[in-house]
Design a protein around this ligand. Structure first.
Ligand code: DGJ
Length: 706
């Protein structure tokens, strides 16, 4: 619900109010984003005494005001949301409108607008002739507000934007911590929490995609906030390129958060009448980290993910990558697929190595033509044979790349991204195609579409295995990202029956932008369950289990050499989109029996895991046990997974209190047959004892007795 009352705007979503006011001088000020407050106007805060060293014509020092979308350079000298040169921007309220639904953002992915209402407030700098339209979208059923900004040059000469964040929000306090998701290849999205101190924290990435290192999601929280309670504010730009969230604690102890495109190496020249649309940014406030995550999870599942697969149970897959790498032929693939079908697996995915002369990673990217030496009946023939075994067929692509040793590169060497100053750096012996160019986008669209249209392909893994370096100009990364979105949109929208999974050397591009096209993403190349406990726990802060690809691979794990039982490998992987990535034809009978049981269990629990409410129970970054559970929305069933990292003789008992159950209901654990009352499990909890040895898991499948 959105109301304008006097000089104030009251916006309400599920459980929160977002309040702005137009100051007596005409500035749009942020007033409140938090728990619901009555939509009744109240007086503007007192402006304290300040040592005025800058003051505008109206006697106002903007440095003192909490502006909704601040410029820099006139009387506000803090980090701005928007900037177009040293003269600065002074934006004042011009007009507003309230409309049903939500505007589409030109060329950018954004949340679906069903059931939404949008306030658009127009600000203007009359001297600079700049107009900014700020969009605020709220939904009655979601605890998330969507913001975006469209900046228009209303002058007669060219204007250069050098920063254009999507949203800015200024809190009147400084006693806060920030959490972000940090990592590297194979160690994505570990939780890092730091106290905010006066100065600027820049939580950003400039590696071309959203990145393994810093995920585009941050939380600002009360230092004492826990999973269950305390102020938490989450910020998530819907963006897959270089992003930044800048947090400035100023001289007066206020905290300004700007989030969106990373201004480093960004620039956009605007001709007269031209507009620039900054990506959407999702914001949510909650009482506790658990509630914050559940708000983002619900929103991502219902309003970011779209299409046929957004709400469908995801198929159990087997991918041949870690089974064969590029050394396979049709016979080998079919032997895996045949056994997979007998074990209850539903989808066979052919990974890298099926095209050109790709027998190693030094060639052929760009040549999306099947290698008949390996696959004599082509992709179409292989798909038919796989389908005949009762499995769906899926295929890997890495369409944004080109190998210097490829027919595509030999024909179009100028299509690779290069600075023009020196030869571009290679990454995994490959170059990046310049997706800022429409003809390159068109090539990628038609190359991928023609393979997809040639066979019964029901799943695509879309990979991207290097950073983008040697960029030709400032602003290029955003142009590339827009090109990537155009390509994704064209391919995904023309193949509504194909399930797409994003990937970037594991989880190097895990963000809400990608999720607008592909409802699931390969979480990490590191499938060691002990590593995955950290990765999946950290990822869950922002993203629901339905988005996380999670597979059982060989033991000992190929990267860590850690020997972990098939049971533990299965239990950890069952907390996401479940699958396998190993040569099952070489496994002993006992492992095959375990796989049969796991696929049967997956079918039983996947609706709960993928679409239930997610609760974190024990933080592996702080304890020897990582724990979480998913509870169906109607509380009829819950699946709990606890993983003990190391065995320690006579160590602390693990006391786990479950969450999200119906207090007065009786639940039966399917694995042990024991029954418990919901309130007992949530209040008293359970003292659990793990099996002997390192890396052990315990799980419960609780079914409510009626
Ligand atoms: C990186 C991915 O993360 C892997 O799963 C695999 O698809 C390889 N690329 C193939 O090159």
């Amino acid at each position: 619900m959105i109301r304008q009352i006097e000089d104030m705007f009251f916006l309400e979503g599920k459980g929160f109010s977002y309040v702005m006011r137009v100051s007596r001088e005409g500035y749009l000020l942020h007033d409140w984003f938090g728990k619901r407050i009555a939509p009744v106007p109240y007086p503007e805060d007192e402006r304290g005494w300040w040592c005025v060293q800058t003051e505008g014509e109206d006697g106002v020092c903007l440095d003192e005001l909490r502006q909704e979308y601040p410029g820099y350079g006139h009387t506000d000298l803090r980090r701005p949301a928007v900037s177009c040169g040293p003269a600065g921007l002074v934006l004042k309220y011009a007009e507003h409108k309230i409309s049903a639904g939500k505007p589409r953002l030109s060329g950018l992915p954004s949340a679906l607008g069903d059931g939404a209402e949008t306030l658009t407030v127009t600000l203007r700098d009359a001297d600079m002739k700049v107009r900014v339209d700020l969009n605020y979208t709220v939904y009655e059923d979601y605890g998330v507000i969507c913001r975006s900004a469209v900046i228009t040059n209303e002058g007669e000469s060219e204007l250069t934007l050098d920063r254009a964040y999507s949203a800015s929000i200024e809190l009147p306090r400084r006693d806060l911590n920030e959490i972000h998701l940090h990592g590297s290849w194979g160690r994505e999205r570990h939780i890092v929490e730091n106290p905010l101190v006066p100065g600027v924290a820049d939580i950003s990435n400039a590696r071309g995609g959203s990145g393994h290192q810093i995920n585009p999601f941050i939380t600002v929280k009360d230092p004492a906030a826990t999973e269950e309670s305390g102020f938490c504010l989450g910020v998530m730009p819907v963006y897959s390129g270089n992003h930044s969230t800048e947090i400035e604690v100023d001289q007066r102890g206020r905290t300004r958060i700007n989030s969106g495109i990373n201004p480093f190496m960004f620039e956009k020249k605007l001709r007269p009448d031209e507009s620039f649309t900054a990506p959407e940014c999702l914001l949510a406030v909650a009482d506790g980290l658990g509630e914050l995550s559940r708000s983002f999870h619900d929103f991502i599942r219902d309003r970011i993910c779209r299409g046929k697969f957004a709400h469908s149970e995801r198929p159990i897959l087997i991918n041949n990558w870690e089974a064969t790498y590029m050394d396979f032929d049709e016979e080998k693939l079919l032997s895996i697929a045949k056994l997979a079908a007998e074990l209850g697996i539903e989808l066979f995915v052919l990974d890298d190595g099926w095209f050109g002369k790709r027998n190693n990673d030094r060639c052929s990217l760009g040549d999306w033509v099947v290698n008949r030496d390996k696959l004599p009946s082509g992709i179409g023939g292989l798909a038919k044979k796989i389908n005949a075994l009762g499995l769906k067929f899926g295929l890997w692509f890495e369409p944004e790349m080109v190998s210097p040793d490829s027919d595509l590169y030999r024909a179009h060497p100028d299509w690779a991204v290069r600075s023009g100053v020196r030869a571009p750096g290679l990454g995994r012996t490959q170059l990046v195609l310049d997706l800022s160019r429409p003809e390159v986008q068109d090539y990628v669209i038609s190359a991928v579409n023609s393979v997809l249209d040639s066979a019964n392909i029901e799943y695509v893994k879309w990979d991207m295995n290097r950073y983008i370096t040697d960029m030709p100009r400032k602003g290029f990364n955003h142009e590339y990202t827009l090109g990537y979105y155009r390509v994704m949109d064209a391919i995904v929208s023309s193949h509504p029956n194909v399930l797409f999974e994003g990937c970037s050397a594991g989880g190097g591009r895990f963000d809400a932008g990608v999720l607008c096209y592909m409802p699931q993403i390969w979480t990490s190349d590191d499938t060691d369950p002990m590593e995955r406990v950290y990765i999946q726990y950290g990822t869950s802060l922002a993203y629901p289990p339905s988005t996380m690809g999670s597979h059982v691979t060989d033991g000992p794990n190929q990267y860590t050499r850690r020997p972990v039982s098939m049971k533990t490998r299965g239990d950890v992987a069952l907390s996401g989109n479940f699958g396998y990535e190993l040569d099952i034809t070489k496994l002993p009978e006992s492992d095959l029996e375990a796989i049969k049981a796991q696929t049967a269990l997956c079918r039983e629990i996947r609706a709960t895991v993928e679409y239930g409410d997610f609760y974190r129970l024990s933080d592996p970054f702080k304890n020897n046990v990582g724990g979480w559970m998913s509870v169906e929305k109607d509380k009829s069933r819950a699946y709990v997974t606890l993983t003990k990292m190391l065995f320690r003789p006579n160590s602390w008992y693990t006391h786990i209190r479950l969450k999200g159950l119906e207090p007065s209901a009786e639940y039966r654990d399917k694995f042990t047959g024991r029954t418990y009352m919901g309130d007992m499990l949530m209040n008293r909890g359970l003292l659990v004892s793990f099996p002997h040895g390192d890396f052990a898991t315990l799980s419960f499948l609780l079914q409510r007795n009626h």
